[in-house]
Ligand binder design. Structure first.
Ligand code: FES
Ligand code: FES
Length: 151
């Protein structure tokens, strides 16, 4: 079945079953591999994208549920003020270790700062609790979010 997905401001036509996870379409159909596959069960956050600005686990989001919504992926998050500030902070504080979880981390952090520009530690913990990092970069992630937010 044909779907037109609005991704990073551009319409993309894809021909897939309606119950195909958005993550599969992004990575395997469109070749946008910045969004990662981790658990496939909404447990790790590696696949996080934004759907109409909201943090969304693309591994459990079916293509037919997205409709006309605007999808934003890590490939375009630098075009938002929050994404640009976060990526700068990530580099300055050298957050990344292996890197696998980090696109999902930045997408969750960008959604947080969009709606909560000056987050408290509790706000950060609540927003980021679903994003797992096997390398244990949590302290640097928190510091970078604060750095980006100026708090
Ligand atoms: S791959 Fe989607 S939350 Fe883990
Ligand atoms: S940096 Fe390696 S899993 Fe997070």
């Amino acid at each position: 079945m044909a779907f037109t997905l609005k991704i990073n401001g551009t319409p993309h036509e894809v021909d897939v079953d309606g119950d195909t996870p958005l993550l599969w379409v992004l990575r395997d159909v469109l070749g946008m591999t910045g969004t990662k596959f981790g658990c496939g069960q909404a447990l790790c956050g590696a696949c996080t994208v934004h759907v109409d600005g909201a943090m969304t686990r693309s591994c459990i989001t079916t293509v037919d549920s997205v409709g006309e919504s605007e999808i934003t992926t890590i490939e375009a998050i630098a075009q938002t003020p929050q994404g640009a500030a976060l990526q700068k902070a990530w580099l300055e504080l050298e957050v990344v270790q292996c890197g696998y979880c980090q696109s999902g981390q930045i997408m969750s952090a960008a959604a947080l700062l969009k709606y909560t520009p000056k987050p408290t530690d509790d706000d950060i913990d609540a927003a980021m609790s679903g994003n797992v990092c096997r390398c244990g970069t949590y302290q640097r992630i928190r510091a970078a979010i604060k750095h980006a937010a100026g708090v």
